[in-house]
Design a protein around this ligand. Structure first.
Ligand SMILES: [Zn+2]
Length: 362
């Protein structure tokens, strides 16, 4: 056993839906990738969709972070098998972290789960190509901004979302982790949602408008982050926010009084609570301790998926509120050897189930 290639990952998703036709269905994403691949999400339809709040989980946004895809496929498989067998689930040595059948039933009754394991199949394929590829390839493979140069191919999907996209928002010299230069690994693209991959994620959030939570799986770092990721948050000045400020060169500074992003106190508290539940369930598997906190604690990142997901209800009052999270699993490497990856899959699966159960007691 080892990591899936792109075809195996797609096949695994389709096979799961075929094996559990009453409990899972395939959601085809509308936008084909630059290399013409059609992506699919898996919808765990264990109960009628109506009246259930949804959780959208995505992985494989960065081509070289292979294991996120396997984590989500494993989680889907575990949940579907538990449902079919009428059993609980256990992770780690001697089932160190166990979830009983009552909790599993409660979860699958109350939550609509949507898993999109491989957002960027072109990037993964390129990073898995030993001949002409690059194992460290993180972007997609869109040649549009390449001017014919192979080292200018691709966009960083997790900088392409429609949230503080204009880098002139940021103070000079703060070290923003995004670039307008297509040769950069964190190239943001020509405009928000310019890429098929990010547009597919947006489509999923629109399609499942009853989504209340969003989790994007990445590596590495051993952290579980929530909004905001572009600046420090504050809870006392609602008027100081990304909608009221444009191109002011003030964002991204730590400890700056001139700009801090508003975050409602109850949302901050709830994101903090859920992140802690994730970390607690994960730690129970084999003692790995993940850090939790606002993304800004780890750097200045515009255009990320979790900030976009959370900002949607603020930019457009017709959209529901989605609490947004990013997990950076693993400590050091994007592609740990498979024996370690199998352990990380157990860690993060348990963390995610702990998170999902915690959404039931909001
Ligand atoms: Zn990543």
């Amino acid at each position: 056993l080892s990591y899936y290639n792109v075809l195996e990952a797609e096949t695994a998703l389709l096979n799961l839906a075929a094996a559990f036709p009453a409990q899972a269905d395939v959601v085809p994403l509308p936008n084909p990738t630059a290399e013409g691949r059609r992506s699919h999400a898996l919808h765990l339809s264990t109960a009628p969709e109506a009246g259930r709040d949804a959780v959208v989980m995505i992985g494989g946004v960065h081509g070289d972070e292979w294991g996120s895809c396997e984590i989500l496929l494993n989680l889907a498989s575990d949940l579907l098998q538990a449902k079919a067998l009428g059993s609980g689930l256990a992770y780690g040595p001697f089932g160190a972290k166990a979830f009983d059948v009552v909790d599993m039933d409660r979860l699958l009754e109350a939550r609509d789960l949507i898993l999109f394991p491989l957002v960027n199949p072109d990037g993964r394929r390129f990073s898995q190509d030993p001949e002409s590829g690059d194992p460290q390839w993180r972007k997609n493979r869109n040649p549009k901004s390449s001017q014919g140069s192979s080292d200018r191919v691709g966009v960083d999907i997790n900088r392409n979302f429609d949230f503080v996209f204009d880098l002139a928002n940021f103070a000079l010299g703060v070290g923003v982790s995004a670039s307008v230069d297509s040769a950069n690994g964190q190239y943001q693209g020509l405009f928000p949602h310019s890429e098929a991959e990010s547009a597919n994620v947006v489509w999923l959030l629109d399609r499942f408008e009853h989504a209340g939570w969003f989790i994007d799986l990445h590596s590495a770092g051993g952290v579980f982050q929530y909004a905001w990721h572009h600046d420090e948050s504050q809870e006392t000045q609602p008027g100081m926010n990304f909608r009221s400020v444009r191109a002011n060169h003030q964002m991204g500074l730590s400890g700056a009084a001139n700009y801090q992003e508003f975050l409602a106190a109850q949302d901050r508290a709830e994101m903090q609570r859920l992140a802690a539940e994730f970390a607690n369930a994960l730690a129970a598997v084999r003692g790995k301790v993940y850090g939790t906190g606002p993304g800004f604690g780890w750097g200045v990142y515009p255009g990320t998926s979790h900030d976009y997901a959370y900002s949607r209800h603020l930019s457009d009052s017709s959209k529901g509120k989605v609490l947004g999270f990013t997990c950076e699993w693993g400590r050091l490497e994007h592609r740990p050897d498979w024996a370690e990856m199998e352990k990380i899959i157990e860690d993060v699966s348990a963390g995610l189930i702990g998170f999902l159960l915690a959404t039931l007691s909001k």
